[in-house]
Structure formats: structure tokens, C-alpha cells
Design a protein around this ligand. Structure first.
Ligand SMILES: NC(=O)c1ccc[n+]([C@@H]2O[C@H](COP(=O)([O-])OP(=O)(O)OC[C@H]3O[C@@H](n4cnc5c(N)ncnc54)[C@H](OP(=O)(O)O)[C@@H]3O)[C@@H](O)[C@H]2O)c1
Length: 254
């Protein structure tokens, strides 16, 4: 299978790295010449990467084409390309819905949208895709796990959830800062907190219990964990979280 990427930026670099690190998951990868630095780095690192002459040459050479450009230039770039009937196209372009993409593509292609995350570089990324598509699911399953969304609403909601990454690190940062203020060196606080959070995430991934039950399991009745969550909830933490998610949903659907 020949995979092509129009737009050689951060997410293309992550996906191609995940796809071609040994043992490789793809035979040949064609990337657009822009950005030259990323395309050059990928071609230098992986023998299977070829830099195409231009965007159209990427489309022509690809069995599966990934559109990985920013939303601001998407219309101009996509409208200028000629696609093949039945070609598989995966768009990772944020905030650009399927209807608009199909209008710009103006050909009967098999279009899937996906939200890959940087962890695909280590084959450890969870990727939401819409609509379900066996070829796209196989690619993203190789790069971690794929979650196939049955409806656009489901897909939009997972896109909202993907906006929590900054908050995850923000909680780590704020807690480390508070601990440092109270007198522990920040690097020691970090050395404690980051594996703690990693273990908690692992527990949630592995367990089949409800998240509420896991929370209770990790919160002794009348204990400190219960106290912190109750304070967080009572002081508006849960509401602030729900409001922030709702605002992201509005932005995604506008
Ligand atoms: N990064 C992520 O984790 C992530 C995750 C999911 C989805 N996405 C989405 O994926 C898309 C790409 O994101 P990114 O983070 O990879 O952005 P990025 O690093 O800015 O990459 C975009 C690439 O597109 C290139 N480009 C600009 N105009 C072009 C044109 N006319 N033809 C071909 N290539 C062109 C840019 O080149 P120049 O540098 O020369 O401008 C740049 O290399 C965005 O829509 C983003 O929302 C990103």
C-alpha cells in the first residue's frame, strides 16, 4: 500500500514515524515537498519515504492519501487537486467538516476524517475516525488504537475530549508549582507526580469497572482523596470542566 501525505508538518512526521519504524507498517510513503525540513528529515531517516514534486504528484502516487494541512489553507490546497474516483482519502484537518471537504474534493472518493495524536509516532495513539472505514481503521490500529465513530456527533464529542491534553498537563503543572511553593524542589515533585498519573491512567485503561467505581476504590471513605474530589466538585471544578467542554463543542460545531 502506498500512502501519501499532503502537508509535511508535525502530525505527518508523527504518523510516518509510527508507520515506518521497524517493523514497518507501510511499503512506500510519498510526502509533499512542503515543509522541506520535515520532508527532508523523513526521507533521510526512512528509505521508504519519497518526496514528491508537488501536491498533485502525491495524490497521483497514493493508494491512501492523507490530507494533513492546516484548516486555514485547506480549501485552497484541496480545491487545486484532482482525485481519482474511489480513492481512499483520510483528512486529519481540524475543524473542517466532511461536507465541505467533499465539496472541495469534487470527486466520488472514500473519505474518512481522523484525529491522530502525537503518540501515533510511538504506535501508542488513540485515533477517532469517522465514518467507520476498514482501511483507515487498520492504519490507525497499527499506530495504537482506532475508535470508529458511527455518527458525526460521536466524532465531534471525541474531538472535544481530545482538547483535554493541555488541562492534563496543566493539572500536573499547577500541582508541581504548589508543591514547589511549599518547599519541595519542582523536579522532585515532578518525579513523583508523573509516574503517579501514569499509573492512574494505566489503571483506568485496564479496568472494566465504571470510572465512578474506580474513583471510589481509590478514595477511602472519609479519607484525603475523597476530601480533595469533594472540594474540587463543590468549589466548581466539575462545572468549570463541563462548561469548558461545552464551549469547545460549540466551537467545533460552529
Ligand atoms: N499536530 C497534531 O497533534 C495534530 C493532531 C490532529 C490533527 N492535526 C491537524 O492536522 C493538520 C496539520 O497539523 P500539523 O500540526 O501537522 O501542522 P503543521 O506542523 O503546521 O503542518 C502543516 C504543514 O502543511 C504545510 N503546508 C502549508 N501550505 C501547504 C500547501 N499549499 N501544500 C502543502 N503543504 C502545505 C506546512 O508547510 P509550511 O511549514 O511551509 O507552512 C506544514 O508543513 C491541521 O489541520 C491540524 O489541525 C494536528
Amino acid at each position: 500500500m502506498k500512502l501519501g501525505f499532503v502537508g509535511a508538518g508535525a502530525i505527518t512526521e508523527a504518523m510516518v514515524t509510527g508507520l515506518l519504524t521497524a517493523p514497518p507498517l507501510a511499503g512506500e510513503v510519498v510526502v509533499s515537498p512542503r515543509n522541506a525540513e520535515v520532508a527532508g528529515r523523513l526521507a533521510e531517516r526512512f528509505a521508504a519515504v519519497r518526496i514528491a514534486r508537488d501536491n498533485q504528484a502525491v495524490v497521483d502516487a497514493s493508494d491512501v492519501l492523507v490530507l494533513a494541512i492546516r484548516p486555514q489553507v485547506a480549501q485552497e490546497v484541496v480545491r487545486a487537486l484532482r482525485f481519482r474516483q474511489g480513492q481512499t482519502v483520510i483528512s486529519v484537518i481540524a475543524a473542517t467538516d466532511r461536507g465541505r471537504l467533499l465539496d472541495w474534493i469534487d470527486q466520488d472518493v472514500r473519505l474518512t476524517q481522523a484525529i491522530p495524536l502525537p503518540f501515533v509516532a510511538d504506535r501508542n495513539g488513540v485515533t477517532a475516525i469517522y465514518p467507520p472505514d476498514p482501511q483507515a481503521a487498520a492504519i490507525f490500529s497499527g499506530l495504537g488504537t482506532a475508535v470508529e465513530c458511527a455518527t458525526r456527533e460521536e466524532y465531534d464529542l471525541l474531538a472535544v475530549a481530545s482538547a483535554l491534553m493541555g488541562t492534563y498537563f496543566g493539572i500536573l503543572d499547577r500541582t508541581t508549582g504548589w508543591l514547589a511553593e511549599k518547599g519541595i524542589p519542582a523536579d522532585k515533585a515532578r518525579a513523583y507526580l508523573t509516574p503517579l498519573f501514569a499509573s492512574l491512567a494505566e489503571t483506568a485503561v485496564r479496568s472494566h469497572a465504571s470510572l465512578e467505581d474506580i474513583r471510589r476504590e481509590f478514595s477511602t471513605k472519609g479519607g484525603l482523596n475523597e476530601q480533595v474530589f469533594d472540594d474540587f466538585d463543590r468549589n466548581g471544578g466539575s462545572k468549570a470542566l463541563a462548561d469548558a467542554l461545552a464551549r469547545v463543542l460549540l466551537r467545533i460545531q460552529s
